[in-house]
Design a protein around this ligand. Structure first.
Ligand code: NAD
Length: 419
């Protein structure tokens, strides 16, 4: 048995059953795993993976191992771990795993350190925490690292800031920037699973509610679409005029957060920003307002301010904390303001993670082949990889598409042909 720190190794069988259930909807990753088993493109490569420990991640771990990698896994959020899956990763997939749902910050960083102690050749991050710790507290290990991958928007933004400052010490593939990632994972995945998290936590009716979505990026668009489809009146808040205009044209109401605060029933932040729902908002909210976040960090809702302005606080259901304010109105904070789709639900459906993690696996292979040629920068996923994943997914779904004829190819690349 590999080394581990999980909640209960006895949960492994239940976790493995659920991992197999997810695998049924991950045909692209499965086809990569089969090829990896033959080609062994990651042979001898030590990988420190810091990802949400879910059934889909377990399938990615299995794929990396099939490719010959020596992988260690830790959580990328204190509240996103599925404890049965963590146990199964250890017992059945034979990956050292360090993650416990609900771990405190100290344990969270101790687990990251355990993953880093693996002396990785490659890092696989969701939020750039491993890169951050390596570049600050474990600089001596940087010499082993050839490259890394990053899963999410917030992580990519941080890494680009590191590259711009000239502090990034190895190349990173920005998996999030692949079309087969953010178009599906961020939009449809976050859109559906965030709603799933809110429903599991509250069991509230969405139809007829005023549903406020803060941020109209990929995640926000998906969430607004889901809420509208369920009969909510959707209000969008934005800071980018183009995104705000898009929201208006998509049929949503757009207004500043302070105005929305007074009319919303349910509020969700998906911006990657700080204090989007801030201290000026809470006293304006209706009695019973629900506030949640599905952005990467728990910094989008100004929780310290809510703490200061509360008269009392109590847990009323799992993942639902009631704050009674001095004006006697009650505000309900879900999942400690951490990404609610992973805190109270199971994260994205496997069908979209199939493509996100196909990108992870193929980018790891790409990095091994090309690391020496790459600079210490953040790279987009090559179009060739993106298109191959889309083609594999379509084939797995039984969807055929047309091919350009020779005549059409010529027409599309010429400038002389007109009417
Ligand atoms: N919950 C999940 O499973 C999951 C999945 C994917 C991404 N994420 C995270 O969700 C967040 C959003 O990701 P994305 O891909 O949609 O990013 P994005 O860059 O496409 O969109 C973010 C949007 O928020 C807007 N914004 C920024 N500050 C704002 C403010 N103060 N008020 C209102 N709007 C504001 C931006 O203008 C932008 O349109 C990131 O933190 C990302 O890492 C979470």
């Amino acid at each position: 048995m590999p080394k581990y720190d999980v909640k209960d190794i006895g949960l492994a069988k239940k976790g493995m059953d659920r991992i197999e259930w997810a695998a049924m909807d991950m045909p692209v990753l499965e086809s990569i795993k089969k090829r990896f088993r033959k080609d062994r493109p990651l042979k001898g490569i030590r990988i420190s993976a810091c990802l949400h420990v879910t059934t889909e991640t377990a399938n990615l771990m299995d794929t990396l191992k099939a490719g010959g990698a020596d992988v260690v896994l830790c959580a990328s959020n204190p509240l996103s771990t599925q404890d049965d899956v963590a146990a199964a990763c250890v017992k059945y997939i034979k990956v050292p795993t360090y993650s416990i749902k609900g771990e405190d910050n100290k344990t969270y960083y101790r687990h990251i350190m355990s993953a880093i102690d693996h002396k990785p050749h490659m890092t696989m991050d969701d939020g750039a925490d491993v890169v951050g710790v390596l570049h600050t507290k474990k600089k001596d290990l940087l010499k082993h690292v050839i490259g890394g991958t990053e899963e999410t928007t917030t992580g990519v933004i941080r890494l680009q800031a590191m590259a711009a400052e000239g502090v990034l010490q190895y190349p990173i593939m920005a998996v999030n920037e692949a079309m087969t990632k953010h178009l599906f994972d961020n939009r449809y995945g976050t859109g559906q699973s965030t709603m799933d998290g809110i429903l599991r936590a509250t069991n509230r009716l969405i139809a007829g509610s005023v549903f406020v979505v803060c941020g109209y990026g990929w995640c926000g668009k998906g969430l607004a679409r889901t809420a509208k489809g369920m009969g909510a009146h959707v209000i969008v808040t934005e800071v980018d005029p183009l995104k705000a205009l898009e929201a208006v044209m998509d049929g949503h109401q757009v207004m500043p957060i302070k105005e929305a605060s007074a009319v919303g029933d349910i509020f969700v932040t998906v911006t990657g920003d700080l204090n989007v729902i801030h201290k000026g908002c809470f006293p304006k909210m209706k009695d019973g307002a629900i506030v949640a976040n599905s952005g990467h960090f728990n910094s989008e809702i100004e929780i310290p301010a809510l703490e200061k302005m509360k008269k009392k606080k109590r847990m009323v259901r799992d993942y639902v904390e009631e704050y009674t304010l001095r004006n006697n109105r009650r505000v309900y904070l879900l999942g400690e303001g951490r990404l609610i789709n992973l805190a109270s639900a199971e994260g994205h459906p496997s069908q979209v993670m199939d493509m996100s993690f196909a990108n992870q696996a193929l980018c790891a292979e790409y990095m091994v082949k090309n690391a020496k040629k790459l600079e210490k920068k953040v790279y987009d996923v090559p179009k060739r990889i993106d298109e191959s994943i889309a083609a594999l997914k379509l084939r797995a779904m039984g969807v055929n598409i047309d091919k350009l004829t020779a005549e059409q190819k010529k027409y599309l690349s010429s400038w002389e042909m007109g009417t």
